[in-house]
Design a binder for this molecule. Structure first.
Ligand code: KG4
Ligand code: ZN
Length: 338
């Protein structure tokens, strides 16, 4: 306990961020250390799993120690250890898990496995102290695009998901096609501001009537075909226009389906989660739609949108409070379902 509050030491290593945090009572973040490997993976145009694991291995202990030090805590102050056990890259997950288990065993503290996406949703509890479930969540990241009806702190129903690429994956692939670099999401976000979203009308994919699923794999081909067609006609590609057009086609569908789901299930709040939740156009379009329909909109600040351990500490606290504790035999589950 710290200041009379339950103290969680949290560890996150599911992809290319090595992160640790100390979080009190789920929402009071005392430290949030993130060691990003983005600069390392940039050279390869994407995350190389084996390289990610090696960097997690060399970074994890200093990151955890720094999180404790910044929080002014030692292991005797910590009540439980939260750790992401899936979904993610198996080698990357295993480093965080082994570390969390070692701390749990050495200090005699309970271990709490956290679903990475549950963590992303919980980032909103940190950002908005008054937020409580139920609400409709849009989880939109490099690995996921889901509409989730969050009924309580530890219960939810997945209403829809992507049938192929995640939205962030589509951003990253289209950015590569446009020669913008990696990771593509923030670069498209920035350059699209200078473009006209209506200049190139890419196809909006809604799937069957009433479906809350998504499909984004076709849009990369759409962008490629457009670029090739323009080149054949000897025309210059207007990169900001293409970026803005692509983004509009993805986000229009995402916003319409999320708002539709909230209205249909009579939720009065929409909560954004995941790396793409940092996108300025998504926040703007969803903000306008929510205002029109009288819905509340919650978005974490960008640092809590992308991978971090504070969100894992928050989710671990709500698991701990509900008596959801893991054994030391907890294993990594790379394809863990939501
Ligand atoms: O949640 P996250 O850090 O990792 C996963 O769990 O996937 O999300 C990373 C994804 C990447 O695809 C990245 O391009 C995207 O989030 N992203 C963005 C923005 N910032 C990050 N996409 C669009 N606009 C942004 N501003
Ligand atoms: Zn994530």
């Amino acid at each position: 306990m710290i200041d009379g509050k339950t103290a969680i030491l949290a560890v996150e290593s599911s992809c290319d961020e090595t992160a640790a945090a100390v979080v009190l009572d789920g929402r009071d973040v005392r430290s949030n250390i993130i060691s990003s490997q983005i600069e390392i993976h940039k050279a390869y145009g994407g995350v190389v799993p084996e390289i990610a694991s090696r960097h997690h291995l060399s970074n994890i202990n200093p990151v955890v120690e720094q999180a404790l030090e910044e929080a002014g805590a030692d292991m005797t102050d910590i009540d439980a250890i939260g750790v992401t056990y899936g979904p993610g890259l198996v080698g990357a997950l295993l480093i965080g898990l082994a570390t969390a288990k070692a701390y749990a065993l050495a200090a005699g503290k309970p271990l709490i496995g956290v679903h990475h996406i549950h963590g992303h949703i919980c980032a909103n509890y940190i950002a908005c102290p008054q937020l409580e479930p139920p609400f409709m969540a849009l989880v939109i990241s490099g690995g996921h695009t889901n509409i989730v009806d969050v009924t309580d702190y530890n219960t939810w129903r997945v209403l829809g998901g992507t049938r192929d690429d995640a939205a962030g994956e589509a951003y990253d692939k289209v950015a590569r096609v446009l020669g913008l670099g990696y990771p593509g999401g923030p670069l498209i976000d920035k350059i699209a501001k200078e473009g006209n979203p209506e200049a190139v009308p890419f196809k909006r994919v809604y799937l069957e009537k009433g479906s809350l699923d998504f499909s984004f794999s076709g849009i990369k081909t759409g962008v490629l075909n457009y670029i090739n067609g323009e080149k054949q006609k000897g025309r210059e590609i207007n990169v900001p226009d293409v970026a803005a057009g692509f983004q509009e086609a993805v986000l229009e569908v995402v916003v319409n389906k999320t708002v539709g789901a909230a209205l249909e299930r009579r939720e009065d709040k929409i909560v954004l989660a995941g790396g793409v939740a940092a996108n300025s156009r998504l926040r703007q379009l969803l903000g306008e739609a929510c205002e029109k329909h009288g819905l509340g909109l919650y978005c974490p600040p960008p640092i809590l949108c992308t991978d971090n351990a504070a969100m894992i500490g928050c989710a671990a606290y709500y698991n701990y409070r509900a008596g959801i504790v893991s054994g030391l035999d907890l294993d990594a589950v790379p394809n863990l379902e939501l």
